[in-house]
Write a protein that binds this ligand. Structure first.
Ligand code: PMP
Length: 429
């Protein structure tokens, strides 16, 4: 990292001394962050950064509704989860009302990894089989069982014997006219292969916007052939909504909503408490019952405690009260249109896609569809120098991952588009 500021150097030294090799930081010049509000974050010198990266603060950074709800509940009751507490029941009912009929039970947990770990265990208990299908660069968590289904988190992208990977439904480079059909065929081949290997199909688990594979949301109905194949073979479809969930895609609370499929299990996390660590797995009662019969129930000390319920309720109330799904839809379309205006002859921006306020911006060699990871890194660091934060994803690290808080507004969009246009100029042909 390039560090000139002595305060930054001292903070970096402290970080390294305590957190050692596991310390992961963004940027050639890391940011020494102090506070945040709405779509903006501020460093210790008061410099503002427009945040198009964090998808945790979905209703906006440091939203007063969540801050007040947590503070209020912390002063009333917070406990392990073995008691009857009304606010927890209120939250469970409010959350379940957001799901299709049949998905009537929820288990509340603390991280996305925990909810996916539980989903895998539920699928295995219900189907009696172990085989799992994931996408090539999937990331589903940091526990031992979820690392096993997260090829994206390993340098060699390998998976253990009971896991099969399928390519995501990519259409930009392949020119595939029906990516959903190709995806379904790949899933069917993986089901057959798991059968031959003696594992059988337990579950297909998909991040329904393919965040780490490169952001694929179109066309609507994309997931239908794959989900039908899995369910016909007696396997379960687990929708990992950690990234697209809670309204980010605009049309629906959940990424699967646009695809006309009903998952057997839905897992969620990141935006659920706007930063309060909470997550969950929603499923059909018979699946949870099969799991509990085999495992003597499920207990989680912190999962769904009264503080989490207070934070979660404030998030659901604010999503509705501030019309944030409609805003995600409108601002997402506005942003995509703005970015599309920067595509074309000689530009490094080759494509823009996504749904609502989850955009993927393809950075390619001008005039071609060849991915350019180096140019994407230059764009990201250039934007950072202009006070705008985005990330990158995909197998070549060349797809800008744009996921601002759902309160993102037109001024924010204008600031982003101006900065993006500026950093792309020197990279153009
Ligand atoms: N699933 C997906 C799709 C994720 O992006 C992540 C986190 N990046 C997880 C699961 C794991 O969530 P957590 O870090 O809360 O354990």
């Amino acid at each position: 990292a390039v560090v000139e500021d002595p305060g930054l150097a001292a903070a970096l030294a402290r970080r390294r001394a305590s957190f050692g090799a596991a310390s992961v930081l963004f940027y050639d010049r890391p940011i020494h962050m102090a506070r945040a509000s709405g779509a903006w974050m501020y460093d210790v010198d008061g410099r503002g950064y427009l945040d198009l990266y964090n998808n945790v603060p979905c209703i906006g950074h440091s939203h007063p509704a969540v801050a007040e709800a947590i503070a209020r509940q912390a002063g009333i009751l917070n406990t392990n989860t073995r008691y009857l507490v009304d606010i927890v029941h209120d939250y469970a009912e409010r959350l379940l009302a957001e799901f299709p009929a049949g998905l009537d039970n929820v288990v509340l947990t603390c991280t996305g990894s925990e909810s996916n770990d539980l989903a895998l265990r539920m699928a295995e208990a219900f189907t009696g089989r172990r085989g799992v299908i994931v996408t090539e660069l999937a990331y589903h968590g940091n526990s031992s069982s979820t690392t096993a289904i997260s090829p994206g988190s390993r340098a060699d992208r390998s998976v253990p014997a009971h896991v099969r990977t399928v390519p995501p439904p990519e259409a930009f480079r392949s020119g595939d006219a029906d990516p959903g059909a190709s995806f379904g065929a790949a899933v069917q081949a993986a089901i057959d292969d798991l059968g031959r290997a003696g594992f059988g199909i337990s579950a297909l688990i998909i991040d329904t916007i393919f965040s780490s594979d490169g952001v694929y949301a179109a066309p609507e109905g994309l997931l239908v052939p794959a989900v039908e194949a899995v369910q016909a073979a007696g396997g379960l479809f687990i929708a990992d909504e950690v990234q697209p969930g809670f309204g980010r895609t605009g049309q629906s609370m959940w990424g699967f909503g646009a695809h006309g499929v009903t998952p057997d299990i839905v897992t969620m996390g990141k935006p659920m408490g706007n930063g309060f660590p909470m997550s969950g797995a929603v499923t059909r009662p018979e699946i949870l019952t099969a799991f509990c019969a085999r495992n003597a129930g499920y207990f989680n000390t912190f999962g769904g405690n009264p503080l989490a319920a207070a934070a979660g309720l404030a998030v659901l109330d604010t999503l509705k009260g501030e019309g944030l799904l409609a805003n995600a839809s409108a601002m997402g379309a506005h942003l995509r249109e703005g970015v599309r205006g920067l595509c074309g002859e000689g530009s490094v921006i080759g494509d823009v896609r996504g749904a609502g306020l989850f955009l993927g911006v393809e950075i390619s060699r001008p005039g071609t569809r060849e991915p350019d990871g180096a140019a994407a890194r230059a764009v990201i660091n250039g934007l950072r120098e202009r006070g705008v934060m985005v990330g990158a994803t995909g197998p070549f690290g060349n797809v800008l991952k744009v996921r601002p808080p759902l309160c993102f507004n037109r001024d924010d969009a204008a600031a982003f588009l101006t900065a993006l246009a500026e950093v792309c100029v020197p990279l153009a042909r």
